[in-house]
Design a protein around this ligand. Sequence first.
Ligand code: FES
Length: 134
Amino acid sequence: MHTVSNLVKVTIPSYLESLPIPDTLGGWFRLGVKDWLALIPPTLVIGGVSYYSYYSYQVIKKVRNGMAPINPSIRKDQPKVVDVIDIEDINGKQAFCRCWKSANWPICDGTHATHNMLSGDNTGPVVVKFRESK
Ligand code: FES
């Protein structure tokens, strides 16, 4: 714990104090190459933290607005996932995945139960029943 305390109270403030940040706008134009090189690491850290914060904010905003991707992994190399099933190929009934988590897409493999348990969701398959004509 002492190491973290020392880092926050001594090391980081000392490092920031040693940076060649000018007091005036004109001071930026008088910085030398060595000064600019010294400013690169903190600039990268600040840029990275800012970018990650902005990215996280955008993801959270999309999730809240219901705009997050539904499909986590199925055929992500394709622009659209489309399956055509011939009703003649369904023998009796068939459950089709609607949770996008099945390893046997588009057939439901029951993975929705784990997803529902972990997330509190209530997704389930659509079951197509084939009824023979009379
Ligand atoms: S596995 Fe997706 S709905 Fe069953």
